[in-house]
Design a binder for this molecule. Structure first.
Ligand code: NOJ
Length: 458
């Protein structure tokens, strides 16, 4: 891990979309539970996020996604706004429990109709839909049977992917199988801070292995049913820097890198789990069946890289298994976002380089990048200069990687409208567009106006 240190950017942002090459796609990213609302309309089943948010104290101020941005009812308005902002690629996810209310078995006609309408409206507006199959909202009925810890999820997921491919595959040509498996397994099945709120290695390890299998199986189902589709899956990743230049901190950084950046991509590429730095991962072997080795591998058309920050890591005796600990941005007195994530644009460059080095990675798409800053609405305007600078600085780093030959061909801002930010509820706003959650009014922020003019400048 030899990383480039930041140089302050003083010059004005001058890049144009065409500087990234003809095939480069720009867009925005969202996820079903974070924007749709309509959590129990028609025959929609509950998801683990419906259940988790109803537990007192689980989420900041007990916020939930029952209504959120009401995208379910406002999709036409939002997609038209996207179109007016020159956005031509829209990444959204399908809510499994809207399509198959119990996770397995009967398919909901109203769920299928709804996503058909969204997809058709995108296409009518000249916007390409990029569909994520799983962005964390597992049907509660499946969680009642163990969720990601139950090996049967492989069959449930295979069936769900088939249903989606059969109903939407004639028009959707860009698919992502999973969103950030490290986060939904780590936060949901080990730390207990995300749905379903489970803890401990006995939950984490099977959840990891089953998610890895589902990545591969989801990819294979799509390839078989939709041979002309572009198939990807997405990973959270952050440059890891040792806090001090000591052997212990350097080792701690290697462990964090194995866990946060390598754990899910390496088995897909046939490299197995990165156990050399995190020996506890060897215990995953208990969950591996002989035929799994092949099923874990899949030749994805693209890898979605999702980057927001870098992490500084130090050795720490009291952290079990890892002996490594993240030093938060607030403790380091560096510029940070409302998530307490350091603003460090070279991280995206270094992550593109790191992922690009894998032989089996054919193409990288930045499927998420963005920031939460304290936005204020003054006289009907949100002047979010910090967010604009954040996005520009990250785009410059993506461009630099591309110029140096990295195969990166897309960039999606997280996110379009302010929405439900998981454990943080509505405290942290990431949108290019401000959402007034009382009136559901949308107000394009100055970052959104800048993105609009950047994209229009072709
Ligand atoms: C990653 C997740 O995919 C998305 O759901 C989340 O809102 C953003 N990062 C920001 O935390």
């Amino acid at each position: 891990m030899n990383f480039t240190e930041p140089k302050p950017t003083i010059k004005a942002f001058s890049l144009k979309p065409q500087d990234f090459g003809e095939d480069f796609e720009f867009g925005v990213s969202t996820a079903a539970y974070q924007i749709e609302g309509a959590h129990s309309i028609h025959d929609k089943g509950a998801s683990i996020w419906d259940t988790f948010t109803s537990k007192k104290g689980a989420i900041f101020k007990n916020h939930h996604g029952q209504i959120t941005c009401d995208f379910y009812n406002k999709y036409e308005e939002d997609i038209l706004l996207m179109q007016s902002m020159n956005i031509r690629n829209f990444r959204f996810s399908l809510a499994w429990s809207r399509i198959i209310p119990n996770g397995f078995g009967a398919v909901s006609k109203s769920g299928i109709d709804y996503y058909n309408k969204v997809i058709d409206f995108c296409l009518k507006c000249g916007i390409t839909p990029w569909v994520t199959l799983y962005h964390w909202d597992l049907p509660q009925a499946l969680q009642d049977k163990g969720g990601w810890t139950n090996r049967d999820i492989v069959n449930w997921f295979e069936n769900y992917v088939q249903v989606c491919a059969q109903h939407f595959g004639d028009r959707v040509k860009h698919w992502m199988v999973l969103n950030e498996p490290m986060v939904f397994t780590g936060a949901g099945y080990f730390l207990g801070v995300h749905a379903p709120g489970d803890k401990g290695l006995k939950n984490l390890l099977p959840a990891i292995h089953h998610a890895v299998l589902c990545q591969g199986i989801g990819g294979r189902v799509l390839r078989k049913l939709l041979p002309d589709a572009q198939i990807g899956t997405t990973f959270s990743c952050s440059q890891i820097t040792p806090y001090r230049n000591t052997p212990r901190d350097i080792l701690a950084a290697k462990k964090a890198d194995a866990l946060l950046n390598r754990l899910f991509i390496e088995p897909i590429l046939g490299l197995g789990y990165p156990t050399e730095h995190v020996p506890v991962l060897k215990r995953i072997e208990h969950y591996i069946n002989p035929e799994d080795e092949n099923n874990m591998v899949f030749d994805f058309d693209f890898i979605g890289v999702q980057n927001y920050t870098r992490e500084m890591v130090k050795h720490h005796w009291f952290v079990p298994y890892l002996r490594a600990k993240i030093v938060p941005a607030s403790k380091r007195k560096v510029k940070s976002t409302l998530m307490d994530w350091e603003v460090f644009p070279p991280s995206i460059y270094n992550m593109i380089k790191q992922f690009n080095q894998y032989e089996g990675v054919k193409k990288i798409i930045i499927t998420e990048n963005g920031a939460a800053f304290p936005d204020t609405l003054i006289n009907g305007e949100v002047n979010d200069t910090d967010r604009k600078h954040y996005l520009q600085a990250h785009l410059e780093q993506v461009h630099k990687a591309k110029k140096e030959g990295a195969n990166v061909d897309g960039y999606f801002v997280w996110t379009f409208t302010d929405n439900f930010e998981w454990a943080e509820g509505y405290r942290t706003r990431f949108g290019l567009v401000y959402t007034d959650f009382k009136t559901q009014e949308r107000i394009v922020k100055s970052s959104g106006k800048w993105y609009q003019s950047f994209l229009g400048n072709q």
